[in-house]
Design a binder for this molecule. Sequence first.
Ligand SMILES: *Cc1c(COP(=O)(O)O)cnc(C)c1O
Length: 358
Amino acid sequence: MNDAVRLRKTLEGVPAYKPGKPAAPVEGVTAYKISSNENPNPPLPSVLAVVAEAAESMNRYPDMAVTRLTSALAERFEVPTTHIATGTGSVGVLAQLINITCEPGDEVIYAWRSFEAYPIVVALAGATSVQVPLDADAAHDLPAMAAAVTDRTRLILVCTPNNPTGPHVTDAALRQFLESVPHDVLVVVDEAYLEFNTAADAPDALAIYREFPNVAVLRTFSKAYGLAGLRVGYAIAREEVATALRKAATPFGVSDLAERAAVASLEAYDELEVRVKALVDERERVLTVLREQGWPVPDTEANFVWLPLGEDTLDFAAACQERGLTVRPFPGEGVRVSIGETEANTRLIEVAGEFRNR
Ligand SMILES: *Cc1c(COP(=O)(O)O)cnc(C)c1O
């Protein structure tokens, strides 16, 4: 008798998420984890204080409507509160976005390679991934994505800047794309790295959401705001979409700690912005030197760089690990390296230079 419990068949097609590994200690050097695009700065004292205070009431459920954060976001971005939906990180909101749009077998289009969570959340919902290869510059091929739309397409994910390769989608290209796809297909602009994007032609996603009713803007407190461990993200979209997202949310998913930290971080953004600018400067330094060393690094507007190493990917990751740097290898394709502490970035440059001259 087969007594195994019956699990959904769909699960067999769900890839496992490979988290960035923790930094591994190496004799005599400080180890750095530059594999998960985290903010290397510790929380602001003002944010820590708010979280410590909130911890005193963790015997209580949080506010299920996430009222304070929703109001703070509405005020900051000048959008109605009814257009905002929060969730357990933007990955949580992403799962909600798929759940509100896709029946089993419906299609979700996104570029590939892109964010690793995409195939997982799509498959878990029983929907079908349609992956459109990046172009020769490791950027989204928006015309090819538009051409991939079928009657079954319910959602399109545009990741700008793209994780893990770095290039952004321009405002003009995104608008042209939106003109060319059916207006009943929801287009999600995943702006996890928005704050690091200094390109003059970066999309104004909020202006675009105001013009195109089928756009949802997805954002997070995990990267520039430095709250990855607290799990809070949000979407800004038309009321029908935002209301559906709230229905699909995990009840009480956003903790009181996360909500208060997010509100305090919005208030302290001037202070955080200084840190973001410093990371952008470091990114430019790393990018320039790597290119001088001869690496064909694609443009990046995020807090990471992409080294297209192909078959050498795992060797390079091992060379980094020997020097105390934990990076993110994608076997056979390349390595993504987060911009971290200045010493980590400098060491990365050294290892990369040595690797090229090996
Ligand atoms: C890091 C990242 C997120 C944010 O995930 P959270 O769940 O908010 O921590 C979303 N999208 C992309 C493309 C990312 O790289």
